[in-house]
Design a protein around this ligand. Sequence first.
Ligand code: CP
Length: 383
Amino acid sequence: MKAPSLATTKWRNEAQLTENATILEDLIAEKCDQDEFTPRIAQVKGKIMSEQTVTAEASASRLEAFTRAFNRGRQHWRTRQHLLDTDDLTPGELASITDVATEAKKILKAGDAPLSVLHTRTIATAFYENSTRTRSSFELAARRLGATLLNLDVASSSVVKGETIIDTSKTLLSMGVQALIQRHSASGSARQMARELGDRLHLINAGDGWNAHPTQALLDYFTMSEVRGSLNGAKIAIVGDLKHSRVARSNIRLLTRCGAMVHTAGPPTLTPIDLGKMGVIVHSKVEPAIENADFVMVLRIQLERQKQGLIPSIGEYRRLYRIDSARMRLAKPEARVLHPGPMNRDVEISDELAECSEKSLITTQVTNGVAVRMAVLYLLLGE
Ligand code: CP
C-alpha cells in the first residue's frame, strides 16, 4: 500500500485537529480525575490514529484505482492530439473515459485531497463565449489533477484590440501552455485552430458555434450509462432547437455509434433539413419521439429565436414541446430526463420535472461533468 501524499496527510491532519480539540473539550467537561484521564487520552488517541490510517488507506486505494484505470486507457489515447468532437472517438477511447471517470467520481465523492498526476502540465482556458458549467468544471478538473491553470480573461485580452484567436493561442503556446480548452461562437473554429497548431499543443473543443460540444456529449453518455449500462438499443429522444444545438450534434454522433436509437422532435423551423442523414428518426411532434423512450434529452430554446420568427411564440412552443411530467408518462416508467443547461424553466422543461429527483438527471450531469473532464485531461495529458 502506497503511503498517503504529504498533501493528503496535511489536509486530514487539519480536519483531525478540530476533532481532537472537541474530544479534549468533552473530557475536560466530564472533569475526569488524573487516574482516569491518562487511559482515556490513550484510548482516544488510539481511536484517532486508527481512523486516520483507515482514511489515508482508503484515499490511497482510490488514487491507485484511478491510476490503474489511466494505465489501462492510455494505450488507446497515445496517438490522440486533440478532442474536437465525438465522431472520431474509438471504442477503446470511449471505454477508457468511462473507466477513468468512474474512479475520478469516487475520489470527488470522498472529498480526497487534490492529486498531483498533472503537476508538470500547464492548461489554459479561452472562452470567447459565455459559460458556467463547462468552464467551471474544466477548471475544477484541472486543479483536482494538480495542473497549473490559466484562465484567459477574454474581455480584457488583446483579442479586444483585434488580435486573432490563432495569434492568441500561439502566444499562450510560447508561454509553455500544453493544452488549450477553447469555446468560440464560430462553427468549425476548433478544427481550424487544430490545423494551425498541429501537434504543438492539445486542443479541447469546449463548444464551437452550432457544431460540436464533445465533453457535454461524453458526460451525457456517462450519465446515461450509469443508469442503464450499455446504451445499445436504448431509445433516446432529443427535443427542442436541433438546428442551433452543438450538444445535439455531438450527442447524435456519439449515441448512434453506440447503437442507441435516437429520435428527435422540434419545430420544423428549428430542425436541420438533412438531420435524418445523421442516422436519427426525425419527428416534428414530440409525442412519437418520447413514446417508450429510455431517456429524454431536452435542449435549451434560445428566446431570441422568437424575434427571428423561427417560433410563433414562447407560449406556443411551451404548449407543443415543453417536457413535463405528463409528457414523460409517454416514455418508459423508468425513463429519465436530461438537460445540458442553462435551462429556461417552464419553457422547454417544467420546473417540477427539472426538480424531480426520481426523474431528473440534471444535477448528476453537472456532477459527472467534473469527473468526465478529469478523465479527458488525464488521458490526453498524463504520462
Ligand atoms: N452545457 C453547457 O455547455 O453549459 P455552459 O454554457 O454553462 O458551459
